[in-house]
Ligand binder design. Structure first.
Ligand code: ATR
Length: 293
């Protein structure tokens, strides 16, 4: 008779690090999937202060983590602490998802994936063959513009209250893509005051600013010049319907809210850590909406 000793396999462990971390919805999303697929795994909120980031990252493996999500203020700083970064994370200059490949810690960015997946699902009629307009020049705008460039959008009209931030974003993104010296590159920065006049040329308008978010003033923009086949995408998800989306929908345009981007960006990380590519369903969306309420 052989005497087999079985080593108990540890349930995979992941989580989200940030400072502060109280408002993160990620545990709700990953918890829903762990339960749905009946997986033994853990996903927790992990408060990590900036001065403890390096120690946390270098100790992740020993602490039994399969990987983590990363949120503010660590998204940029984790890039230099990982062993490798994906082309997306490098171009965007920030990571939101970390996982191990062998002994190496990889830093990736799934925000652009979340944005584009939700767009294609919500607005199957969208075509990447026409210009798009992106409002805002923060981290979300970087990921979204990268995703639109990757889809082959011929012109991305970028406008921000602080024009210099939009210009810096364009220069950095194009440098990463090796397009900075090309006469024809897709990003065209325009003045904040010029945005209304440029609307008639786009089939996709994306608000990436915090305008319209609960507690903030609305984004004041007349959607009337947008072509009838255009799509209005607001990455704000609280409230789910901003004034901008309401006005676009009243015109009969397709309005896309920011909640789907938040949920879809979580899926690739879940697969890396727990082994199943999870489905984004109406039930999960409602689960998050209930929590937001
Ligand atoms: P994130 O990384 O989440 O995208 P961020 O870096 O704080 O967030 O960017 C917020 C965006 O909202 C910026 O484009 C900001 O414009 P500025 O670069 O001029 O600050 C924009 N924003 C915030 N409040 C605004 C306001 N009242 N009017 C116009 N734009 C505003």
């Amino acid at each position: 008779m052989t005497n087999k000793t079985t080593t108990p396999t540890m349930a995979p462990k992941a989580g989200v690090i940030g400072w502060p971390i109280t408002h993160s919805r990620s545990p709700l999303i990953h918890g829903f999937w762990l339960n749905k697929y009946q997986l033994a795994g853990h996903y927790d909120k992990i408060p990590v202060a900036p001065e403890n980031l390096e120690t946390f990252i270098s100790g992740m493996r020993a602490a039994g983590f399969s990987g983590i999500n990363v949120t503010i203020p660590h998204k940029e700083n984790v890039l230099k602490l990982a062993d490798k970064t994906t082309p997306e994370a490098r171009a965007i200059g920030a990571a939101n998802t970390l996982w191990f490949e062998g002994n190496e810690l990889i830093a990736g960015n799934t925000d652009g994936y979340g944005f584009i997946t939700h767009l294609k699902k919500s607005a199957p009629s969208w075509s990447a063959d026409e210009p798009a307009m992106v409002i805002g020049a923060g981290g979300a705008a970087r990921a979204i513009i990268y995703a639109l460039m990757h889809e082959g959008v011929p012109e991305i009209i970028l406008t921000n209250r602080t024009r210099s931030r939009a210009e810096a974003l364009a220069v950095n993104l194009l440098k990463q893509q090796d397009l900075s010296n090309k006469d024809h590159h897709p990003i065209k920065v325009i003045d904040w005051e010029e945005k209304d006049a440029a609307l008639s040329r786009v089939n996709l308008l994306v608000n990436t600013t915090s305008l319209g978010m609960a507690g903030n003033p609305p984004l004041k923009l007349d959607t009337a010049p947008l072509p009838a086949h255009s799509i209005c995408y607001d990455i704000v998800y609280a409230p789910l319907e901003t004034d901008l989306l309401k006005s676009a929908r009243q015109r009969g345009l397709i309005g896309v809210d920011g909640l789907g981007m938040l949920i879809h960006q979580a899926a690739p990380g879940f697969e890396k850590w727990f082994g199943i590519f999870p489905e984004v369903t109406a039930e999960l969306t409602q689960h998050v909406i209930d929590d937001l309420a």
